[in-house]
Design a protein around this ligand. Structure first.
Ligand code: F3S
Length: 101
C-alpha cells in the first residue's frame, strides 16, 4: 500500500508533509506534490501534517479521489524529488480557507 496526494494540494503545496517523510518519495511541479508509490514506506507520518488534509492512505481514499492513485504514480516518475519543505504557493492560505480548514 502507499499514501496518495489528492486535489486539496493543488494551489496550496504547503510541503509540511515533506518535513516528516523519512524517505525521498515526494515529487513536485508548479501545482502540487505527488508520492512515488515505489519509494513510500507507508509510514503515514505525512497524513496528519497536511493542513488541508490532502493525503490519504490508498485504502482510505474517498470514492471521488481514486484517480489520484494513478496520477501520483505517473507524475512522480517524471518529476524531480523534493527533499526539503519550500514556501507554500501564493494564495495558499486563502485556498485553505476556501477548503474549510
Ligand atoms: Fe500538499 Fe499538504 Fe503536502 S498541501 S504539499 S500534501 S502538506
Amino acid at each position: 500500500m502507499t499514501t496518495v496526494v489528492t486535489e486539496n494540494c493543488q494551489k496550496c503545496r504547503f510541503t509540511d508533509c515533506v518535513a516528516v517523510c523519512p524517505v525521498e518519495c515526494f515529487h513536485y511541479d508548479d501545482e502540487m506534490l505527488y508520492i512515488d508509490p515505489e519509494v513510500c514506506i507507508d509510514c503515514a507520518a505525512c497524513i496528519e501534517e497536511c493542513p488541508v488534509k490532502a493525503i490519504f492512505e490508498e485504502d482510505d481514499l474517498p470514492e471521488d479521489q481514486h484517480q489520484w492513485i494513478e496520477i501520483n504514480e505517473t507524475k512522480a516518475s517524471d518529476l524531480p524529488v523534493l527533499l526539503a519543505p519550500m514556501d507554500p504557493l501564493p494564495g495558499a492560505e486563502e485556498r485553505k480557507d476556501e477548503l474549510g480548514f
